[in-house]
Design a protein. Structure first.
Length: 471
């Protein structure tokens, strides 16, 4: 085949066509058929620009006049359109209805107001600052950084995180012990796989938490043992006999309690590996954030953090601080991680102070939201529980039936709520009920209305004089 297409990169666009039969007297008919079929089947959609007659002729090894005649014929038939100065493209036409496909199936309508936990206010993402930082790092980055990155993460980000985590979260870490992952779920899967390869068989998990995290651990072959959670956090003693434990010590999810100092010491002395999920450790409003458990036992705690709450989940940026004895096993489990360019951007964002500014700004905004939630429910004689931290609060209820009724009634009024039942580990007795109210998710302009609808739903669901709330 002639090499003209490879020599003139500016000449046209690429177009793959299979011409039936060997070149010969019917080559024009073959080209007409191939182009017509490509348009009819939708492979070339309306508005698709076609190569110039000169470029396509060179690509296919045909005479230019042959291609020009075929284009003219298909324009006359209405398959293509040609405009002076704009070239030839596929004409707009009404396609036959292919019937519903996988992407056309009805999807549940997104709720107008959403108070489910787990997602920050996406409109708070610092678009301008992030773009400016990305431009800066792209302009200065050596071209070698566009290659496949180190599976453990770029050295620049690992060094920036070592400094930040030590300063802001009290983590004991050096860049060599940090592994970059594509969010917490990726980091948890990698850690559980490493533990399993090292001989671990059982993972203790808090009785209330994300079912997706429990599923990830089980998918790696680990058996689960639920740990009761009371007003002092997870009951560490129940973990005896297991190989590892997954904890949210700074701010238990979803109940909101902090692991009591005595239990923190018990966890640090415990013989197994602790996976510390510090999902929202920077967001504490009533006092200084509780430091990381990892600092008490850096040789036995895998510290896991993420930018999902501080920036946005779509960045898929998370990190693990791994004890030396597990580092090789974790590294061996790594596959594709986050984009190297996003890693560079986050490293510069941290080093420049932009990340700290973002944390301070959103911390203030979320504190105000939590205060507004507490005040709105307080006017109705109700009280949220859990420490003043994170992006969610608990409203405890008198029973599971009431919880389900309120969730259903809220959905009927365009408000998404999530009950405690969805976070309970299988086999755990249903001795608690409540709503886990996420106040981070709604954009600011929708938050007031979301609170008003929440209050209306609660008023319609609780009998007068029944607070149905436990302090």
């Amino acid at each position: 085949m002639p090499e003209t297409w490879a020599k003139d990169a500016k000449a046209s666009v690429d177009l793959h066509l299979d011409l039936p039969g060997p070149p010969g007297s019917r080559v024009r008919l073959s080209l007409e058929t191939a182009l017509r079929d490509a348009v009819r089947t939708g492979r070339l959609g309306p508005g698709t620009r076609l190569p110039s007659s000169r470029a396509l002729a060179a690509d296919l090894g045909l005479a230019r006049n042959t291609v020009a005649e075929v284009y003219s014929q298909l324009v006359a038939e209405g398959w293509l359109t040609a405009r002076t100065g704009s070239g030839t493209s596929v004409a707009e036409r009404r396609a036959a209805d292919p019937g519903p496909g996988p992407l056309d199936r009805p999807r549940p309508a997104a709720p107008r107001y959403d108070l489910r936990p787990g997602v920050p206010d996406l409109s708070a993402f610092p678009v301008g600052a992030w773009l400016a930082t990305a431009r800066k790092v792209l302009a200065a980055a050596p071209r070698r950084l566009l290659d496949y990155p180190d599976p453990r993460g770029l050295p620049q980000l690992r060094a920036a995180l070592a400094g930040y985590l030590g300063r802001a979260r009290g983590v004991t870490a050096d860049p060599g012990s940090i592994v970059i992952c594509a969010g917490f779920a990726h980091g948890l899967a990698v850690t559980c796989a490493a533990l399993r390869s090292a001989g671990a068989a059982t993972l203790a998990v808090e009785a209330y938490g994300h079912q997706a995290h429990r599923d990830l651990a089980q998918a790696q072959g680990l058996r689960l043992r639920p740990l009761p959670v009371d007003g002092s956090g997870a009951v560490i003693g129940v973990a005896d006999g297991t190989d590892a434990a997954l904890l949210t010590p700074a701010h238990q999810f979803p109940l909101g309690v902090t692991l009591h100092p005595q239990r923190r010491r018990e966890a640090a002395r415990w013989g197994g590996i602790v996976i510390e999920d510090d999902y929202d450790g920077e967001f504490r409003y009533d006092r200084q954030p509780v430091g990381a458990l990892q600092a008490l036992a850096p040789d036995r705690v895998v510290y896991a953090g993420t930018a999902s709450k501080s920036l946005a989940p779509a960045l898929r940026l998370g990190w693990l601080v791994v004890p030396p004895r597990l580092l090789d096993a974790v590294t061996a489990q790594l596959t594709a991680g986050p984009s190297g360019l996003d890693q560079l951007t986050l490293a510069e964002f941290i080093d420049s102070g932009g990340y700290d500014r973002q944390i301070r700004r959103t911390r203030l905004a979320y504190r105000r939201r939590r205060d507004r939630l507490a005040a709105a429910l307080g006017r109705q004689g109700r009280q949220v529980t859990g420490i003043a931290a994170g992006l969610q609060a608990m409203l405890e209820l008198s029973g599971a039936d009431l919880e389900r009724q309120l969730v259903t009634r809220a959905a009927e009024h365009g408000l998404a709520l999530q009950g405690l039942e969805g976070f309970r580990a299988p086999g755990v007795s249903a001795d608690r009920a409540g709503l886990v109210i996420g106040y981070g998710r709604p954009p600011e302009h929708a938050y007031t209305t979301a609170l008003a609808r929440l209050g209306a739903v609660l008023d319609s669901g609780l009998e007068p004089g029944r607070a149905a709330v436990r302090n």
